[in-house]
Design a protein around this ligand. Structure first.
Ligand code: TZP
Ligand code: MG
Length: 206
């Protein structure tokens, strides 16, 4: 189960200043709750190598989730997968992964959130909360009101994502997010560890 509150890290090979392995190392040191591997433009063979090495870095320290690719998650024995609305449907992924793996589902409306919870998702990725350039097809921000409404209607943990910065994160947490993810606000910075720790402080983490 993905219950601990705090910062949820997602890799980004293009925005990263130093490469995703160094970023993951920093994220693990900053005691993130989750590392999500989100590969882009890379062969499946290289993806498997990268995933296996990131999994090793996370072992015993935080959960390791693979974005979208159920096959890769299975191949490297990740803790789970994160599925978008156009990815493999939850029920099929659950059948392939079994009961013990974590499945998170991206939602951007109350209706999608309720459906994902009903399906059995372990957590919701709600977003983009604010407009973002990081994911071109993410649509415009859903806003804090929709986030708060999803909080009201759903019991499973909420990871908020999209356009989140240190400045607006307190309002996102106030609206009901259990975890926040900020990609560009973290991986483009010189000191990734320090930046993640700043987010962790918002959850009263050291
Ligand atoms: N899913 C919804 S928005 C987003 C993803 C992967 C990108 C978030 O990136 P940033 O830089 O934190 O806005
Ligand atoms: Mg996806």
């Amino acid at each position: 189960m993905i219950t601990p509150r705090g910062y949820y890290f997602i890799t980004h090979p293009v925005l990263s200043g130093r490469g995703i392995r160094d970023d993951v190392k920093d994220a693990v040191t900053a005691e993130v709750t989750v590392v999500q591997y989100r590969p882009k433009n890379i062969s499946t063979r290289d993806m498997l190598k990268e995933a296996a090495s990131i999994k090793k870095m996370c072992r015993g320290k935080c959960l390791f989730i693979v974005n979208d690719r159920v096959d890769v998650a299975l191949a490297v024995s990740a803790d789970g997968v994160h599925l978008g609305q156009s990815d493999m449907p939850y029920a099929l992924a659950r059948r392939m992964l079994g009961d013990k793996k974590i499945i998170g589902v991206s939602v951007s409306t109350v209706r999608e959130a309720e459906a994902a919870e009903r399906d059995g998702a372990d957590y919701l990725g709600v977003g983009p909360v604010f407009p973002t350039d990081t994911k071109k097809d993410a649509g415009k921000g859903v806003g804090l009101k929709v986030l708060a409404k999803i909080r009201e209607k759903c019991r499973i943990p909420i990871v908020a994502i999209g356009g989140i910065t240190l400045e607006n994160a307190p309002r996102v947490i106030e609206a009901g997010a259990d975890s926040v993810c900020a990609i560009s606000a973290v991986v483009t910075k010189k000191d990734v560890k320090k930046e993640i720790k700043r987010f962790q402080h918002l959850f009263n983490k050291k």
